[in-house]
Ligand binder design. Structure first.
Ligand SMILES: N=CN[C@@H](CCC(=O)O)C(=O)O
Length: 354
């Protein structure tokens, strides 16, 4: 039995691609972004989507994640880039919750990109003066729920100063800090995370040695996303160096149009092959450490008295087969138990016959 915690999903985005993603043809992530593709492209379709469409696509994805064993999911906004659409994404998340199965942690990522035609300084001010106070006030009225605030801290997107301004405002409003950093360039995001007392920073493909030391000292979780480095052909994050230095490493799926993966067993496989984690380390990173990254380890991430009772039954001679057999999780997980109830029992007659 395993306790599987986390999957990280950009939520309610609308995918409308009819051909291969451009990065498969060789363009770099930032080239695509600066030409108005990537996040901007997904944003156009998300802005015009009906609320029911957002809800439907999110429900399908949450259920797929649950079937693949994730019982706690972090949902990020970030494809609206205006208050109205970002808020619609938050409302879709509220409606998609189904008896906490899976449990959902919400991260506001209005600062995922600077909308075209705006200056970064202008949009930063808009997030600080308008987005965050409005979202928090909607939360106090019980209309939406937000746990964390995120910024895509990257050269050419939000710099260190803008990131500091947005995150400090979020922190003062009572939100947890969990943001994108050091993905494509070494920007000093890990050091900033430590300075601000962030709970977690994700990506870190380009983290510096000073950044690694800062994460250790601050106890800030490094959320590594092996599907992204694999699919975007980026440098892999220095996971071994981080673990050996004492960084708390968690794994996430980073489900988004570039990393279309809803299954944590696949993420764990890539973590072992490309990031050189042992299978035991991958298990810890995908369960208790992932729950800790979201401030949920008192309820999730291990099978212990007083926790939710989330577990997987793995149909194999050893649990390691869940990682070893790439892409076979559908056959290997006959049951997912969530809050003590069996919520997925795929094809019982087939399972009985085996
Ligand atoms: N890098 C920034 N954000 C996402 C990708 C979003 C997109 O390109 O649509 C990530 O975490 O991988």
């Amino acid at each position: 039995m395993l306790s599987m915690s986390m999957c990280y999903v950009f939520t309610s985005m609308i995918l409308n691609r009819t051909c291969s993603p451009p990065q498969l043809a060789g363009a770099s992530y930032l080239d695509i972004h600066q030409a108005g593709g990537g996040i901007h492209y997904t944003m156009q379709h998300t802005r015009t989507a009906k609320q029911e469409q957002l809800l439907h696509s999110l429900r399908i994805r949450l259920f797929a994640m649950l079937r693949a064993g994730s019982t706690l999911v972090e949902c990020k906004t970030g494809y609206g880039l205006d208050l109205d659409t970002e808020t619609r994404m938050l409302r879709a998340i509220e409606r998609a919750r189904w008896h906490d199965r899976p449990a959902v942690h919400v991260t506001y990522c209005g600062a995922h990109a600077v909308p075209r035609g705006h200056l970064v300084s202008e949009y930063t001010r808009e997030i600080v003066e308008k987005h965050l106070p409005t979202v928090v006030s909607l939360m106090h009225q019980g209309e939406v729920h937000v746990d964390s605030v995120d910024v895509f801290c990257e050269k050419g997107v939000f710099g260190l100063e803008e990131t500091r301004t947005i995150l400090s405002t979020g922190k003062n409003l009572g939100l947890r800090l969990n943001f994108h950093g050091d993905e494509l360039h070494p920007t000093g995001a890990a050091e900033l995370a430590a300075e601000l007392g962030a709970h977690a920073v994700s990506h870190l493909e380009e983290v510096s040695n000073d950044g690694i030391s800062a994460l250790v000292t601050a106890g800030c979780v490094a959320i590594l996303l092996p599907t992204t480095a694999f699919m975007l052909r980026l440098k892999q994050p220095p996971a071994r160096t981080m673990i050996d230095a004492g960084v708390i490493v968690a794994l996430g799926s980073d489900f988004n149009p570039n990393a279309y993966c809803l299954a944590m067993p696949v993420v764990m496989h890539l973590a072992c092959v490309n990031l050189h984690l042992t299978m035991a380390e991958a298990l810890v990173a995908a369960t208790i450490n992932a729950a800790h990254a979201l401030g949920c380890s008192h309820r999730h991430g291990s099978i212990e008295q007083g926790k939710r009772g989330d577990l997987l039954i793995v149909k194999a001679s050893r649990w390691e087969h869940l990682i070893y057999q790439l892409g076979c999780h559908a056959d290997l997980i006959p049951y997912v138990v969530c809050k003590g109830d069996v919520v997925e029992n795929r094809c019982p007659s087939y399972n009985a016959a085996l």
